[in-house]
Unconditional design. Structure first.
Length: 507
C-alpha cells in the first residue's frame, strides 16, 4: 500500500482545488442509484455521472471527505488514497480510472455508504441494535464501565487501559473470529500507519495505541473480499458508520465482520502537525523518523519520535495537544459521533481525577450489543478484563466537553455552512434547540481555530519551545474549560434531539 501514501499532489495547495478535481470537471446532479445500492441508472452512466464523479462533486470537492477509505475499498483497484495536505483523499489510481473517458466505475454502495455525505444514525441504530438510542449523547448502550486489561503488558502497551487490544486478542484466541482488522503504526514507513488483517495475538499487539492522523481503514474491504472467515474490526466512528451502512446494504465483505470495536474520537490532526512538531525540534523531514508512537509509556502517555540521528523526542500527551487547534482535521469539526455509537463496544480514556491519579491506564467502556455484552462477561469471568460499572452522569462528567463539542458544536458548525449554501453532512437528527450562549462560545472557538490555522500562527508556534508552549497550552486549556463549563454543560445531559419527522428524548 506504499503508493497510497505517496506524498500527494501539491496542486491543491496551489490552486485551492481539491486533489483529483480538474478545472473543467462536469457538474453532477441527480440520483445515482436506488437505496439498495445495486444500480447506477443508465441515464447517470450516459451523462458520465459515475459514482466517483459524484463523490468528487459532493464530498471530496467541498472538503467533506472523512478519509474513511470505503470508496477505495470498493473500487477494485481503480481508486487509491493519495496523501495531501488535507489528509488522504481518494483519487484515480491511473489516468484511465474512474471518471476518465471509458474509465471503470466504483461500486454504487460506496456512494451510499460514504460518511462524508453523512449517514442516517437513527436508521442505522435501528438496523444494528433493533431500537432507537436510549441516549443521543452516547448512542444505544447496555452498559457503561471503567476498566482495563488484566494483562499488565497489554494494559501498559495500550492507549488507555489496553481494552480494545485485549478484546481483539480474546476474540482471536477463542476462535470467535479468524482475523482482525487493526491499524499498524510504522508501515509502510516509520511515520505512517495502515490497516492490516491480524491473524495472531502478536500482530494485534503491534496495532495497539492510538494513531491521531487519519488512516483510511476501509480500504481493507478490497482485501477482505478475497478472504473467507469471520472477522473483528476496529475503526473510527465514521469508518464504523460506513461499515454498518454496507452491512445494511448486504455488501459481502462488510458482512464478514462479526465484531465491531472502536475508540471514542474527539479530534484528529493532519500529518502537518507532526511535521510542525519535528521542525520545532530542528528536524526538517518526516523521512528522518525511524519510530513513532503517539501514546508511549505511563498513561496518559507521551508522543515519542525516534530519528535517524539517534534523537529521541518526547512530548507529554497534554502538551502536544497544543497542535490540535493548528492542525485539526475538517472531519473532526463536522462529526457528531464522539463515542463510536454504532460499534458493539467502544472505548475511550477514563478522564477522571480518581483514575488519572493512579496513572496505570483506565478506559471508559460502552457496550452496546448483546454479543458485545457476552464477550465482556466471558472475559471478566476468565480474569482478562477488570470492569466497574459507572452511571450515565459519571460517564457524562468524564467527557462532557467533547460530547458538547460534537453534539452541539458540530451541529452549529454544520448549520453555519448550510446557511452559506455549502454542502454539509446529514445525520438524520439534530438538537431540538441550542442556547444562544452556547452559539456565542462557538463563535469564539471558530475564531480561534481560524486564527491558529493561518500560516503566521503556525509558524509562530513552531518557533516557541515545547517547554513553554506545552505548559502554556495546558494552562489556557484548563482556564478555557473552566470558563466555558457553565455554557457548554448547561442542559447538555437533558438535551433533546429531533429525528427528522419525529422528536427524540435526549436521554
Ligand atoms: C483519532 C483519535 C482521537 C481520539 N480522541 C479521544 C478523545 O477525545 N477522548 C477519549 O477519551 N478518547 C479518545 N480516543 C480514544 C483513545 O485514544 C484510545 O484509543 C481509547 O481509549 C482505547 O484505548 P485502549 O487502550 O483500549 O486501546 P488499545 O488497546 O491501545 O487499542 C487501540 C485500537 O485502536 C486502533 N486504532 C488506533 N488508532 C486508530 C485510527 N486512527 N484509526 C483506526 N483505528 C485505530 C488500533 O489499531 C487498536 O486496535 C481517540 C482515539 C483516536 C484514534
Ligand atoms: S468519506 Fe470515505 S467514501 Fe466518502 S469520499 Fe472520502 S474516502 Fe470515499
Amino acid at each position: 500500500m506504499g503508493e497510497l501514501w505517496a506524498r500527494g499532489s501539491r496542486r491543491a495547495e496551489k490552486t485551492g482545488r481539491p486533489v483529483g478535481q480538474t478545472e473543467d470537471e462536469p457538474t453532477v446532479s441527480g440520483a445515482i442509484g436506488d437505496e439498495k445500492g445495486s444500480l447506477v441508472s443508465s441515464d447517470a452512466r450516459r451523462d458520465g455521472r459515475l459514482v466517483f464523479e459524484r463523490l468528487k462533486e459532493e464530498v471530496i470537492g467541498p472538503g467533506l471527505c472523512t478519509h474513511c477509505g470505503t470508496c477505495v475499498g470498493l473500487s477494485n483497484g481503480a481508486l487509491e488514497m493519495k496523501l495531501t495536505p488535507w489528509g488522504p483523499i481518494p483519487a484515480a489510481a491511473s489516468p484511465g480510472g474512474p471518471g476518465g473517458p471509458g474509465g471503470a466505475d466504483v461500486s454504487p454502495a460506496a456512494y451510499l455508504a460514504c460518511p462524508g455525505r453523512g449517514l442516517n444514525y437513527p436508521e442505522l441504530c435501528t438496523s444494528v441494535f433493533g431500537e432507537q438510542p436510549n441516549s443521543w449523547l452516547f448512542g444505544c448502550y447496555r452498559g457503561l464501565y471503567v476498566g482495563y486489561s488484566c494483562v499488565p503488558s497489554i494494559r501498559r502497551g495500550g492507549a488507555s487501559g489496553g481494552v480494545i487490544t485485549q478484546i481483539v486478542v480474546y476474540l482471536l484466541e477463542s476462535g470467535l473470529v479468524d482475523g482482525a482488522i487493526v491499524v499498524r503504526q510504522g508501515w509502510p514507513t516509520a511515520w505512517q500507519a495502515e490497516p492490516v488483517i491480524a491473524r495472531s495475538a502478536d500482530e494485534v499487539l503491534g496495532g495497539s495505541q492510538s494513531v491521531y492522523v487519519p488512516v483510511p481503514v476501509n480500504v481493507i474491504l478490497r482485501e477482505l473480499s478475497c478472504m473467507d472467515g469471520r472477522f473483528a474490526y476496529v475503526g473510527l466512528p465514521d469508518q464504523v458508520a460506513s461499515l454498518r451502512r454496507l452491512q445494511q446494504l448486504g455488501n459481502p465483505s462488510a458482512r464478514k465482520i462479526e465484531y465491531v470495536l472502536g475508540p471514542y474520537v474527539g479530534t484528529s490532526v493532519y500529518v502537518a502537525a507532526l511535521e510542525s512538531y519535528l521542525r520545532s525540534n530542528g528536524i526538517s523531514s518526516l523521512e528522518e523518523v525511524t519510530e513513532l508512537r503517539y501514546r508511549e509509556g505511563e498513561w496518559p502517555g507521551y508522543l515519542q519520535v525516534k530519528t535517524r540521528s539517534g534523537q529521541v523526542l518526547r512530548a507529554a500527551k497534554f502538551y502536544y495537544n497544543y497542535l490540535i487547534p493548528f492542525y485539526i482535521t475538517r472531519s473532526s469539526l463536522l462529526s457528531v459521533d464522539f463515542t463510536n455509537e454504532l460499534s458493539d463496544i467502544s472505548v475511550g480514556d477514563a478522564w477522571h481525577p480518581r483514575f488519572e491519579k493512579q496513572r496505570d491506564g483506565f478506559s471508559a467502556v460502552i457496550v452496546r450489543s448483546e454479543k458485545g455484552e457476552d464477550v465482556l462477561s466471558s472475559m471478566q469471568a476468565k480474569g482478562l478484563l477488570s470492569l466497574e460499572e459507572i452511571t450515565r452522569d459519571e460517564a457524562l462528567s468524564m467527557h462532557g466537553h467533547m460530547l458538547d463539542f460534537k453534539k452541539r458544536g458540530s451541529f452549529i458548525r454544520i448549520g453555519w455552512l448550510a446557511a452559506m449554501g455549502k454542502p454539509v453532512p446529514d445525520y438524520g437528527y439534530r438538537p431540538s434547540a441550542i442556547p444562544v450562549t452556547r452559539k456565542m462560545i462557538e463563535v469564539v472557538i471558530a475564531g480561534l481555530f481560524w486564527l491558529c490555522a493561518t500560516r503566521p500562527a503556525r509558524r509562530l508556534v513552531e518557533l516557541l519551545p515545547l517547554s513553554m508552549v506545552g505548559p502554556l497550552f495546558e494552562v489556557l486549556r484548563r482556564i478555557w474549560k473552566r470558563a466555558t463549563k457553565p455554557g457548554k454543560r448547561k442542559g447538555l445531559g437533558s438535551a433533546a434531539f429531533d429525528v427528522y419527522g419525529g422528536r427524540a428524548d435526549g436521554r
